[in-house]
Design a protein around this ligand. Structure first.
Ligand SMILES: [Zn+2]
Ligand SMILES: [Zn+2]
Length: 276
């Protein structure tokens, strides 16, 4: 893999460089749901300093069991039952350095990688991930600081940016599409806006974002419903979505054809389960 470490954006990007890696990335992107963690599971056994390979598992259940030989306990074996196991290897010198940073973060701080989004890098489907999120603005953060309980990103803590907040629509890792107040220079949400976002149900956030976008451009791509649709669900529809995953009649066709819409309704259903 080519591994791009972007400390400012707080991301590691995995760009496959051969057929096997392209297949792996495709599998991870197509079968693994969003918001999942790639659990770190140490170096691969045949891993060397020059050819380091990190092991991850996604979707599996961790286990630990004692190993006995002739009635003597030899040690503990741990691993993951089920899910997808995969390895990350660096393909060039720069990536090797990034892999070292990724290993330290996973081992000492985050315990793994948090999937953020899919990206196209050099026309190749790639995976963007992070280690943690800033408690003040919600931005992704990588590095050993990910271990801090009261994690605050560099921009928020050292005050380098003289924030100029403005109402805008952002696609954020923590909240998806949201109308919020963010700095025009560093793109971070204001602490007040971040607090409000945490208190606002997902459907309302989406509705606000969409209303904002519609005001800007009439034919903008809409994530929930089509242009001209009534956005709000009735209480009956919301309850049906929460209890049985039933998508409201007028969104059924959209959900059947647009994968993002399906994912958004899954998220809304989950959000309702937690909040209503
Ligand atoms: Zn921050
Ligand atoms: Zn700023």
């Amino acid at each position: 893999m080519r591994i791009i470490e972007d400390c400012k954006a707080g991301t590691f990007t995995l760009v496959p460089v051969n057929f096997g890696e392209r297949m792996l990335v495709r599998k991870l992107l197509d079968t693994v749901k969003r918001n999942l963690k790639y659990e770190y599971h140490g170096h691969a056994k045949n891993s060397t300093q020059e050819n380091k390979a990190l092991q991850f598992n996604v979707g599996g259940t961790p286990y630990r069991k004692a190993i006995f030989y002739n009635g003597k306990k030899l040690g503990i074996a741990d691993g993951y039952k089920g899910g997808t196991n995969f390895r990350v290897r660096a393909s060039d010198e720069k990536s090797r350095k990034a892999l070292g940073g990724m290993r330290d973060m996973c081992f000492f701080a985050s315990g793994g990688l948090l999937f953020l989004r899919e990206a196209q890098v050099d026309n190749t489907r790639s995976i963007v991930c992070t280690g943690a999120f800033c408690k003040s603005c919600g931005s992704p953060v990588i590095g050993l600081v990910a271990a801090r309980e009261n994690l605050i990103c560099g921009e928020c803590s050292d005050g380098k940016c003289e924030h100029e907040y403005k109402k805008t629509v952002l696609l954020t890792p923590a909240f998806g599409l949201i109308e919020t107040e963010a700095c025009t220079k560093c793109k971070r949400m204001s602490p007040a806006a971040f607090e409000r976002a945490k208190q606002t149900p997902k459907l309302q956030r989406l509705a606000e974002a969409q209303a904002h976008l519609r005001a800007l451009a009439a034919n903008v791509h809409c994530f929930l419903g089509r242009f001209g649709d009534d956005l709000n669900m009735s209480v009956d529809e919301a309850v049906a979505l929460r209890d049985s995953g039933a998508v409201p009649e007028r969104y059924k066709e959209l959900v059947a054809t647009v994968p993002e819409a399906k994912a958004i309704f899954d998220d809304i259903a989950k959000d309702f389960q937690e909040r209503i």
